[in-house]
Design a protein around this ligand. Structure first.
Ligand code: PLP
Length: 371
C-alpha cells in the first residue's frame, strides 16, 4: 500500500499552517461535513484515530468493567484493545471463511448476559452482512459498533458504509484508502448523539478552544465529566478534505486493479481471490489471497518467493487471541480465524500501480503455482 498524495494535499496543509490555526478548528468541522456528505451519515466526529474512536464510543455507551464486547480475533489488534481500554472484556468470535467477517452464526454462540456491544469489523474493506447482525443485536439490547477502519468507499445494499449503524468508525491511517497521516472519524446515525462525543474528544469541555477564540464577550468552558484528548488537527483535516474528493477515483482504480489480478490469477488452483459479497462491494483496501492445501507452497514460502523476485507482500490479517497481550483470555475454538491468519497473504495494491506491475506480481505467483 502507498498513499495517493499530491501537490493538492501539500497546498491544503500549507494553507492550514499559514492560517495559524493548526490544532482542531474550522478545517476539522469542514472535514466532518465532507465525510458526512460523502457517506450519507447523519453526523461525523473527527478523532485522532479509529482506535480512539472505538474507545470513545464504548466509553460514551457506558461499557465498562464486568461487560463483554464481542469482536473478531481476526483483526488488527485495535479491535480487541478498545474494549480493554474501558475495562470491559473482549470476547472473540470466529469469522466467515470467505468474507473474513463476523456473522450471526459466529456471534450468537458467544453472546452471554454480560454482552453489551459487538464490534463488527469490515475486514480489509470487505463489507460484513450488517442487517441480520443488527437485528440480532437489537433483539438482545446489544449495541452494534461498526469498525469500518478499512471500509470507507465500500458499500452495503447500495449504500456507502458509514450510513447505517448508530456508530461507524473510520481510520485515515496511511494503510487505508484515504489518509490524513493518522486520524479517524465516528459517523453517527439513527439519532445517535454526536454532541457528547464531540465534547468527550476534547476533555469534555463545554466550549471548544476555537469557539472561545471566536467569542465576544469571552466565554468560559466547564468540564462536566472526564474526557480525553482525542483531537485531530486542522493540518490533518485539510489533507483529509482533499483526500475525500479523491475517494471515488481511488476506489475505482483499486477495483480495476483487483479485476486485473482476477484475470491473471483466477484460473489457479489452491488460491482464492477476494470478491464482492452478494450484498455489497469492497474498496479492496487490501488484496488478501487465501492459500489451501492444493497450492504447492506454504504462505511463508510464497512470501519468500515473491521477495526474491522484488515483490513485497504482507501476511494476512493477524489473530489477536494468539498474541501475548491476550493470552490471559479464555476463548472458544477459532478454527476459521486460525486457518485464515496462517494461510493468507496480502498482495501489492496501490493507486498508481500499473498493469505491468500487476503482471510482474502475477507472473511470480504463477511460477509459484507451477514450480
Ligand atoms: C480493523 C481495524 N480496526 C482498527 C484499526 C486501527 O486504526 P487506527 O490506526 O486509525 O487507530 C485498524 C488499523 O489497521 C484496523 O484495520
Amino acid at each position: 500500500m502507498k498513499p495517493w498524495l499530491g501537490p493538492e494535499e501539500v497546498a491544503a496543509a500549507g494553507e492550514a499552517i499559514s492560517s495559524g490555526w493548526v490544532a482542531q478548528g474550522p478545517r476539522v468541522a469542514a472535514f466532518e461535513e465532507s465525510v458526512t456528505r460523502k457517506v450519507g451519515a447523519q453526523a461525523g466526529v473527527a478523532v485522532s484515530s479509529c482506535t480512539t474512536g472505538l474507545h470513545l464510543v464504548l466509553h460514551a455507551l457506558g461499557v465498562g468493567p464486568g461487560d463483554e464486547v464481542i469482536t473478531p480475533s481476526l483483526s488488527f489488534i485495535a479491535s480487541a484493545n478498545a474494549p480493554r481500554y474501558v475495562g470491559a472484556t473482549p470476547v472473540f468470535a470466529d469469522v466467515d471463511p470467505i468474507t473474513m467477517n463476523l456473522t450471526v452464526d459466529t456471534i450468537e454462540p458467544v453472546i452471554s448476559d454480560k454482552t453489551r456491544a459487538v464490534i463488527l469489523v469490515h475486514q480489509l474493506g470487505m463489507p460484513a452482512d450488517i442487517d441480520p447482525i443488527r437485528a440480532l443485536c437489537d433483539s438482545r439490547g446489544i449495541a452494534l459498533i461498526e469498525d469500518a477502519a478499512c471500509a470507507i468507499g465500500s458499500t452495503y445494499r447500495g449504500e456507502p458504509i458509514g450510513s447505517r449503524s448508530p456508530y461507524v468508525v473510520f481510520s485515515f491511517h496511511p494503510r487505508k484508502v484515504i489518509t490524513t497521516g493518522e486520524g479517524g472519524m465516528i459517523m453517527t446515525n439513527d439519532g445517535a448523539e454526536p454532541t457528547r462525543l464531540r465534547a468527550l474528544r476534547q476533555h469534555a469541555m463545554t466550549v471548544s478552544a476555537f469557539d472561545r477564540h471566536e467569542s465576544d464577550p469571552a466565554d468560559f468552558e466547564s468540564y462536566p465529566e472526564m474526557g480525553f484528548n482525542f483531537r485531530i488537527t486542522d493540518i490533518q483535516a485539510a489533507i483529509g478534505i482533499v483526500q475525500v474528493g479523491k475517494l471515488d477515483s481511488i476506489v475505482a482504480r483499486r477495483r480495476e486493479l483487483a479485476g486485473e489480478y482476477g484475470s491473471r490469477l483466477g484460473d489457479l488452483v489452491g488460491i482464492t481471490l477476494p470478491q464482492d459479497p452478494p450484498y455489497g462491494s469492497t474498496n479492496f483496501q487490501s488484496f488478501s489471497v487465501i492459500l489451501d492445501a492444493r497450492f504447492p507452497m506454504s504462505r511463508d514460502d510464497l512470501m519468500r518467493h515473491l521477495l526474491d523476485r522484488g515483490v513485497s507482500s504482507r501476511r494476512g490479517v493477524m489473530a489477536a487471541h494468539r498474541e501475548p497481550a491476550f493470552s490471559d483470555l479464555a476463548h472458544r475454538a477459532l478454527p476459521i480465524t486460525e486457518k485464515l491468519t496462517d494461510h493468507s497473504v496480502l498482495l501489492p495494491l496501490y493507486h498508481d500501480m500499473t498493469d505491468e506491475d500487476v503482471d510482474r506480481v502475477a507472473d511470480a505467483i504463477r511460477k509459484a503455482a507451477h514450480p
